[in-house]
Design a protein around this ligand. Sequence first.
Ligand code: NI
Ligand code: MN
Length: 233
Amino acid sequence: MPVTLTCTGHATWLIDTGHGTLLVDPFFDECPGASMQAKDVACDAILLTHGHFDHVADLVAIAKRTGAKVFCNWEIGQWLGKQGVETVQPMNHGGRVAVPGGTAKMEIAWHSSSLPDGSYGGNPCGWLLDVGGARIYVAGDTALFSDMERIGRPDAKGRGLDVAILPIGDLFTMGPDDALEAVRLLKPKLALPSHYGTWPPIEQDAAAWVRRVEAEKLAAARAPARGEQVKVG
Ligand code: NI
Ligand code: MN
């Protein structure tokens, strides 16, 4: 069964594993151009990369309404507990958990993390997913780092990455040049850009980035429209 990935806007992704839907970094109602509203989101688990508002804005409402388990770092977990979210699984870098359709491992990321009310947000992360038969790396907000070579290595069964979701917006994360180098290190079959175009400071020509990835024969690449489904596997 294919895995379906949908960017609803900015860096928010819905990943239908065939056994349930994972929601990464819920940011809907205040997100310019988002393809749906928070009240319409259905999900079985929520994965967070860090505590900045453009990644957690609709988190509490969606977690409470759906009862979805929230996987996040310890500090965000404490913050959620204070707001009455009882379905939290706090964890930290290197940890691996079961999610609908497979597993999710919390990976490192180079960024910062504080929560919208100013609370300490712990360390940011990325996610390495093995779901529905596909290996998917969600980088989160990050700079380029050389451990991406390790993250991209084939697993014990010799399976490399099927998909890498990478920020290209620049300013707060990697820009297009470093994201191209990230594809070189990660060696995914398919590269998908994220975290761009939401506001003028992170405007980028995603189609041009896709052409560069493909011209250098690093991977297949696509820049789906918001709400457009990408099927893999
Ligand atoms: Ni951020
Ligand atoms: Mn961000």
